[in-house]
Design a protein around this ligand. Structure first.
Ligand code: CAA
Length: 378
């Protein structure tokens, strides 16, 4: 299976590279410093069709494929990891509606999340349900034609900004993991409020929040799929989203490599550019090699998904490998910059902080090794 890009993908990549250089790069430092969610940038992404990139044309989307999705997240993340992360996680909401929503849900949510400029989110994690995602305690009790939801979610990307989100809650605690259901909750629903806004190490503008549900009544028509399908819906959604995190990590690593090459050619020590020292050039060779491998894995997983083939293992592998690559590459890129790399004047310390989350969210590296081992060993 080739990862060679088509002519239109190449054109799209070039367009996005220029867009990110012109519109995104200059904001990255400010977003990092203030921790503010980049609302205007998200509107721009929407105008470009990126927020509905994978949504079918009849629902207001761009109707593009999985490769285009990877390209978009990769190119944005190269210049600003927060922006890449916001797009990647927003796309998970649309993916879930597209895959599991009924006609009414698709008509209501897909256009507004695509051309309408509204943000979507996914709320699975709880204080005691992180890696052990099946132990969700948020409960949705049936009451006539409504669910009454109680519980707390944490670490939800964009949860405070989102117009709507897919919530995972238990509709039947006696069935544990098989009693979980996916329910769409809209902003402003009485009983739904935003709790703590986290102060984070990296991707500081993506707004990571706690969500609180207190006797929150949601119509049963908001159930996504069937009752009891919430865990599988989450896992299938995360299989796709993990390719997105791989693309974020890849973009961050590529951005850091570009900075390292540029700096190593400009910086002279002992009378010559530091790129001419074998020690530095070997770092760069290692960085480039790992990036190339990560790229192949990510585009391969995206192609499998596009072709409707199983891709859980490949998604876990590419996310695991790309995130470790991003950590390795940003660390070495900072090292190449020496003392300057440690200063906020240069983007490396931000890139290193941004890279770290890719090893943690949407499944830690350790969880991915479990998923991979289950596939490999059986
Ligand atoms: N596709 C379809 N079904 C799947 C699946 C997949 N990828 N993975 C598991 N399942 C199914 C299994 O087949 C099984 O179904 P049956 O019983 O019918 O066979 C069922 O789900 C349970 O599977 P497991 O026994 O493997 O479940 P587990 O409890 O051992 O958990 C896990 C598996 C991989 C550890 C999972 O809990 C997991 O992925 N944990 C990490 C959670 C995670 O990624 N959280 C991030 C949340 S998103 C986020 O971070 C918020 C944000 O804003 C960024």
């Amino acid at each position: 299976m080739s990862i060679e890009l088509t002519k239109s993908h190449k054109f799209f990549k070039k367009f996005l590279k220029e867009f990110a250089e012109k519109e995104i790069l200059s904001l990255a430092k400010e977003i990092d410093e203030t921790g503010n969610f980049p609302k205007k940038t998200f509107e721009k992404l929407s105008k470009l069709g990126l927020t509905g990139i994978h949504t079918p044309l009849e629902f207001g989307g761009a109707g593009a494929d999985e490769i285009a999705k990877v390209i978009a997240v990769e190119e944005l993340s190269k210049k600003c990891a927060t922006t890449g992360a916001i797009l990647s996680i927003h796309l998970l909401f649309g993916e879930l509606i597209k895959k599991f929503g009924n006609e009414n849900q698709k008509l209501k949510y897909l256009p507004m999340m695509s051309e309408g400029g509204k943000l979507g989110a996914f709320a699975l994690t709880e204080p005691n349900a992180g890696s052990d995602a099946g132990s969700v305690k948020t409960i949705a009790i049936s009451d006539g034609d409504h669910y009454v939801i109680n519980g707390t979610k944490c670490f939800i990307t964009g949860g405070g900004q989102a117009e709507s989100l897919v919530l995972i809650a238990s509709t039947d605690p006696s069935k544990q993991l098989k009693g979980l259901s996916a329910i769409i909750v809209d902003k402003g629903t009485p009983g739904f409020s935003i709790g703590k806004i986290e102060d984070k190490m990296g991707i500081r503008g993506s707004e990571t929040v706690e969500l609180i549900f207190e006797n929150c009544r949601v119509p049963k028509s908001n159930l996504l799929g069937k009752e009891g399908e919430g865990f599988k819906i989450s896992m299938i959604g995360l299989d796709g989203a993990r390719i997105g995190v791989g693309a974020q990590a890849l973009g961050i690593a590529e951005g850091a490599l570009e900075e390292a090459i540029k700096y190593s050619k400009e910086r002279s020590q002992f009378g010559k550019p530091i790129s001419s020292f074998q020690g530095i050039s070997w770092y760069i060779a290692d960085m480039a090699t790992q990036i190339e491998a990560a790229k192949h894995m990510i585009y391969y997983a995206a192609r499998l998904k596009q072709e409707g083939k199983p891709h859980s293992k490949e998604a876990a592998m590419c996310k695991y490998f790309a995130s470790e690559t991003a950590k390795f590459v940003t660390d070495k890129a900072l090292q190449i910059h020496g003392g300057y790399g440690y200063m906020k004047e240069y983007p490396l310390e931000r890139m290193l902080r941004d890279a770290k989350i890719t090893e943690i969210y949407e499944g830690t590296s350790e969880i991915h090794k479990i998923v991979i081992a289950k596939h490999v060993i059986g």
